[in-house]
Design a protein around this ligand. Sequence first.
Ligand SMILES: *Cc1c(COP(=O)(O)O)cnc(C)c1O
Length: 417
Amino acid sequence: MLDSNFFRYTGTTLCCDDVKLEELAANFGTPLFVTSRRSVIESYKAFECAFEALPHFTCYSVKANYNLSVIRTLAELGCGCDVNSAGELYRALQSGVSPDKIIFAGVGKREDEIVYALQSGVLMLKAESLSELRAIDRIAGELGLTASVAIRINPNVTAETHPYITTGDSKEKFGIDEAELSTVFSLLSRLPNIKLVGLDMHIGSQIFDPEYYVAATVKLLAIFKASRELGFAIEFLDIGGGFPVTYDPLKPATPIEHFAEKLVPMLLPLDVKVIFEPGRYLVANASVLLTRILYKKSNHTGKQFFVVDAGMTELIRPALYQSHHEVQSVTFHEEEVIADVVGPICESSDFFARHRAIGAAEEGELLAVMSAGAYAAVMSSNYNGRLRPAEVLVNGSEVKLVRKRETLEQLVQNELT
Ligand SMILES: *Cc1c(COP(=O)(O)O)cnc(C)c1O
């Protein structure tokens, strides 16, 4: 069982803050994402506290959970946003985030996205190729603007994590290769509509060992030094995100303080503002996916299945990254059974847990799939004609519906017959 201040049993019933998950399921139906606002706030504060000694600016990577209320919760605390597309920029602006607190990333920005970002007045665009730099320069010129740009470096550090979430390796598409940097700097000195304001990296996600950050930061600092010698006035060094969280109590995440202990002394002596882009760290353990057991069945090998009403369409992480999620019965059961928790989708990869000890719940009871705050609702899809679930935000004893469940009409609304 995950140790959480925000999802705990009160007596025999699992609660989010002061609210019974049972009540939420009765009022809003299942599958349902339930997010603790206090948990988001607490994670942000813990992050800020760890890096307190360092002049820095935290930009929440909104792709982790882009619900407007989640973005707004963080923005109200002073947090900025890292966005990856026009859609995410729109969401950040709709949440009331000031454009000068938004940084725009993306390995393949379209022209209309560059126009939108420049016209919105974002703090900077993070460029990932020579061609993109030329495009930004041309578009800024056409708009009569100067574009503030950071370049994303590929530090060629292979962080040990799932291969689908390592991004700072030369095998991957992300960032500008070290070997191209001298070309980049000479090009930049010839592009009149670009102001180079930052250097940026992001080496992956769910990175447990601070040494990967150290190795990448060493490279970033060498480039920083070289760029200053070339006369570029770099104001921002962006270390990216990737800070880990605990999904499995048997594999606890490295505390954020351990990352700060290594990074703060390296970055503090520099006359520069440091940017961090945590996504998962701020939201992963703030939500659960609440689902109802439709059927129980077993087969001749004695294997037991809990067939639930949520599936990979709501939480694709086990299928996509082989991720572990704790699954808890909402009503506490002393007795446990070993079972697979599977969804209704027509794919073998549609499961939340395999061969797991779960409270011996009956058909009709609720299960909570834990740590469903990051890369969960945002990756939900309509595959199999599924309706995207509702989302609620809990704050103490207050409950707010922050996303309505999709309807059958919405499923077909964009189709022309
Ligand atoms: C995804 C992403 C992040 C956030 O990663 P987490 O592992 O969720 O912290 C930060 N920066 C960039 C550029 C990203 O693509």
